[in-house]
Design a protein. Structure first.
Length: 246
C-alpha cells in the first residue's frame, strides 16, 4: 500500500449545504481502515468504520454515509451479498469496492452487482480519495457548480438536482449512469471513443478494457431508449454518440 501525497489536494469536498461528507469504510483489516480513515479525515470528511457486514448495515442506518468503501472479502458475508442490503437501506449511495481480485471478470462481477467503482489491492490512498471525489460528484452528494440544465431533443438533465427526463417522464439513473449520460449530452452528435469515455467518466483507464463502457452504454439504452426511438447510437469501430431521435 502506498501512502498519499499532499500535492493532489484541492478544495475540500462538502455537501451542498456546507456540512461534512460522511464516509463508511467496511473492511476487516484494522490497519487498512486506520490508514483510510486518516487520509479521509485530512479531506475534512467524517469517517465511520465497520469490520463485518452486520456492523456495516447498522452503520448505514445510523450514520447515513454519502459514500461507502466496501471490501469484497468480509468475515461474515461476501461484499457482493452485502451490497444490495446496503442499497436497500440507502438506495442512492455510491459504493467503491476494494478487492485483491484483479481479473477483468471479477471487476465486471462487482460492477454488475451494483458497485459504482472498483479499486484493486494494493492501491494508493490517493487513488481511493480521487475515486471517492468522483463518485461524490456524480451522485450529487458533493457541492458542485453546475452549468445550466442540458437538453438534447426530448431528453433533459438537471445537473443540480440530478433529475433526468425524456418526454417529461422521469428516468432514474445510478451515479455512474448519470455521469455517462451527462458526458454524452455535453457532446450531442459527436462520436466519443471508448477511451474518451473511460477517461472522462471513470477518470482512469479501466485495466485497458472497454467492457465497462459497453456495459454501461447498455444500461443507459435500457432506460433512455426503452420503447422509444433510439438516441444512443453505436458507430462501429469508433465509439458512441447521442443525438435527438429522428
Amino acid at each position: 500500500m502506498h501512502t498519499t501525497s499532499a500535492n493532489y489536494r484541492s478544495e475540500p469536498v462538502r455537501r451542498p449545504d456546507g456540512s461534512s461528507i460522511n464516509i463508511l469504510v467496511v473492511d476487516d483489516e484494522p490497519s487498512l481502515t486506520e490508514l483510510l480513515s486518516m487520509v479521509m479525515r485530512q479531506e475534512s470528511w467524517d469517517v465511520r468504520c465497520a469490520y463485518n457486514g452486520s456492523e456495516a448495515i447498522r452503520a448505514a442506518r445510523g450514520f447515513r454515509p454519502d459514500a461507502i468503501v466496501l471490501d469484497i472479502m468480509l468475515p461474515d458475508m461476501d461484499g457482493i451479498e452485502l451490497l444490495p442490503r446496503l442499497r436497500a437501506v440507502l438506495p442512492g449511495v455510491p459504493i467503491l469496492f476494494l478487492t485483491a481480485r484483479d481479473s477483468v471478470q471479477d471487476r465486471l462481477i462487482g460492477l454488475r452487482a451494483g458497485a459504482d467503482d472498483y479499486v484493486t489491492k494494493p492501491f494508493s490512498l490517493e487513488e481511493v480519495v480521487i475515486r471517492l471525489r468522483g463518485l461524490l460528484r456524480r451522485s450529487g452528494a458533493a457541492h458542485t457548480r453546475p452549468d445550466a440544465g442540458l437538453v438534447v431533443g426530448d431528453l433533459t438533465l438537471d445537473q443540480e438536482t440530478h433529475e433526468v427526463r425524456r418526454a417529461g417522464k422521469e428516468i432514474r439513473l445510478t451515479p455512474t449512469e448519470f455521469e455517462l449520460l451527462r458526458f454524452l449530452m455535453h457532446n450531442p452528435g459527436r462520436v466519443l471513443s471508448k477511451a474518451q469515455i473511460l477517461d472522462r467518466v471513470w477518470a482512469y483507464d479501466f485495466g485497458g478494457q472497454s467492457n465497462v463502457v459497453e456495459l454501461y452504454i447498455s444500461y443507459l439504452r435500457r432506460k433512455i431508449d426503452a420503447q422509444r426511438k433510439p438516441m444512443i447510437h453505436t458507430v462501429r469501430g469508433v465509439g458512441y454518440t447521442l443525438r435527438p431521435a429522428g
